[in-house]
Ligand binder design. Structure first.
Ligand code: ARG
Length: 572
């Protein structure tokens, strides 16, 4: 389509005697919603001033000057628009051949030039539950990871684990009190979360408990060997469990350097800020003014201790040096928008401008359960393990009801259950709050993961039944011009957008652009399949062309789902 757009633009450029810049023409060329208005349209309104004539006259005049041929079959002048009709068969053969030859690489580019992009994502807090919000973080980050990989960047995934801070005082205090009630090794995340929730509630009622927790954290900070060992133990068993979740989700991290990693790297930050004379006293605390109507960024609290922001500053310095990134992307809940605006502003005193300009915060909205806002502290939360297990269990039930074929039901249930969760999370615009409903997520109809997976499986089985064999096809003999049904053309045109969709989703840090696109592809495929006979098509040439279209659709769905982090079963 892009090729044709250029062709159309070029014909206008020539008809205008090259008096208007060709790139400007390309930008103005649109794809009309109504097919009756052609495949491309060019509005002549902006030319009225230049040529001192009415758009209607200009359009009529241009129409007579544009030569037919070379893919353009008809031009019409309508109300100041120039409507172009192009030869769909050459569009179709172009696109479908390209998808099939490029196969897994269709949609990939190398605009990233192998430069480094850091993605800081998932980043749960040890001791606190890995909740629906972190799950959203993980799937968004993972999708952005793969989107940038498709663009040819070298990605460094960092899990900035929350493994330091006052909550460790609480956890240690809670652990000492309650550890005998739990089988921690067996179920580390739930046990630690539970202990944390209990002790936190207790500390709220009893100031003495809070004091004890503070004392524990202070000892930990001062390097108490016993407590450090305990801290390491919590960290280790939690990481092991997170990894299990990451494995299921197919996401990758190159580093698990969390907040504690920066404990010995913050002095340098303080030094630099002090030397640059930007660290000022404010009610006992040390802060940096950041302007733009924002409160100052606190770097040291009045008791001299560092905070979350201090560690993030140290991380920026470290990452610029270690990874020499062109972009460092941070995924967190939208409640941290101010935090990152402040920290990124302070970063200008720490790193070169090129690094500071590469810092990007990608916030996402809240996840609610039907019952209201989930809170880490009070414990009205769904644990991620339970959620995944539930989704798998429910999928298995659905499969068992539907299916008698001998397939690996365990594996399929995991592909469907997990896929449904991921897809659901990536379907909404990232800033939108979502209300989570597992049953809705698992539906086989509607805009769900299972629906798209099912579309892919249908394509597979259709091709099998048709005896479709790619190796025996000579593309030069395929009659692509037979694909002229409206639903066929719509599907082909949509398939052509895939590379641009990847680019757009990556540049806007918005995986939902890709998710919605995959839904559109699945919907257009179903429409095509309803309207056009494939298996029972009498015309052998048309049947083959339709199989090729189906095959290409399968490639795009599979690759799109892969980028989103959703597996594609072959049967279901
Ligand atoms: N652990 C934090 C949280 O759960 C997110 C950390 C994000 N990354 C960062 N570099 N601050 O909210």
């Amino acid at each position: 389509m892009e090729e044709f757009k250029k062709l159309v633009a070029n014909s206008i450029y020539i008809a205008l005697d090259k008096k208007v810049n060709e790139d400007e023409i390309i930008e103005k060329v649109e794809i009309p919603k109504d097919k009756g208005n052609g495949d491309f349209a060019y509005p002549c309104f902006n030319l009225a001033k230049v040529f001192r004539n009415s758009p209607v006259n200009i359009a009529n005049d241009l129409k007579s000057k544009i030569s037919i041929g070379n893919g353009i079959v008809k031009v019409e002048a309508v109300n100041g628009f120039l409507n172009f009709f192009v030869d769909n068969s050459s569009i179709s053969s172009d696109i479908l051949k390209r998808i099939i030859t490029e196969n897994k690489n269709y949609g990939s580019t190398n605009i990233g030039n192998n430069e480094n992009v850091v993605i800081d994502y998932s980043s749960p807090n040890i001791a606190k539950p890995f909740h629906l919000g972190h799950f959203r973080n993980t799937v968004i980050g993972s999708a952005i990871y793969r989107l940038y990989k498709e663009l040819g960047y070298n990605i460094i995934g960092i899990n900035h684990i929350g493994d330091w801070g006052r909550q460790f005082g609480l956890l240690i205090e809670g652990y000492n009190r309650y550890k005998d009630e739990y089988d921690i090794e067996k179920d580390p995340l739930n046990s630690l979360s539970d202990i944390y929730v209990r002790i936190n509630n207790l500390a709220k009622e009893d100031e003495k408990v809070m004091d004890a927790a503070r004392e524990q954290f202070k000892k930990l900070e001062q390097g108490d060997k016993e407590l450090l060992k305990m801290w390491e133990y919590f960290r280790e068993i939690s990481l092991k469990e997170y990894d299990r979740i990451y494995d299921i989700l197919g996401c990758k991290f190159d580093s698990y350097n969390g907040e504690a990693f920066y404990n010995d790297k913050m002095d340098e930050v303080i030094d630099i800020l002090t030397k640059k004379n930007v660290l000022v006293d404010s009610q006992g605390a040390k802060v940096v003014e950041v302007g733009n109507n924002m409160p100052p960024c606190i770097v040291l609290k009045s008791n001299g201790s560092t905070i979350y922001a201090t560690r993030d500053l140290a991380a920026i310095l470290y990452r610029a040096r270690t990874y020499d990134f062109v972009k460092a992307i941070y995924i967190t809940g939208s409640e941290q928008i101010l935090h990152f605006r402040q920290v990124f502003e302070v970063a200008k005193y720490l790193v070169d401008e090129k690094y500071q300009k590469g810092l990007v915060h990608v916030p996402y909205g809240m996840v609610r359960l039907k019952t209201g806002r989930m809170s880490t502290r009070e414990g009205n939360i769904i644990y991620i393990n339970d959620l995944i297990n539930d989704a798998i269990k429910k999928s298995k039930k659905i499969i068992e009801e539907k299916n008698t074929e001998d397939i690996d039901k365990e594996k399929l249930a995991q592909q469907i259950g997990v896929g449904a969760l991921v897809f659901n999370y990536l379907k909404s615009n990232k800033l939108k709050d979502i209300i989570f409903d597992l049953d809705e997520t698992l539906r086989f109809d509607g805009e769900t993961g299972p629906y798209v997976q099912y579309t892919y499986v249908r394509i597979k089985s259709l091709l099998k039944k048709a005896g479709f064999d790619l190796d025996n096809i000579n593309f030069d003999n395929v009659k692509f011009d037979l694909l002229n049904n409206k639903s066929e053309i719509e599907l082909i045109k949509e398939l052509e957008k895939f590379p641009n969709i990847i680019l757009k989703a990556a540049t806007e840090y918005e995986p939902s652009i890709l998710t919605r696109y995959i839904i559109d592809i699945a919907t257009l495929f179903s429409k095509f399949y309803n309207e056009c006979q494939v298996l029972n098509c009498d015309n052998k040439d048309l049947k083959l062309a339709r199989c090729i279209l189906s095959y290409a659709t399968g490639i795009v769905i599979k690759k799109g789902l892969y980028i989103l982090g959703v597996e594609c079963p072959d049967k279901m």
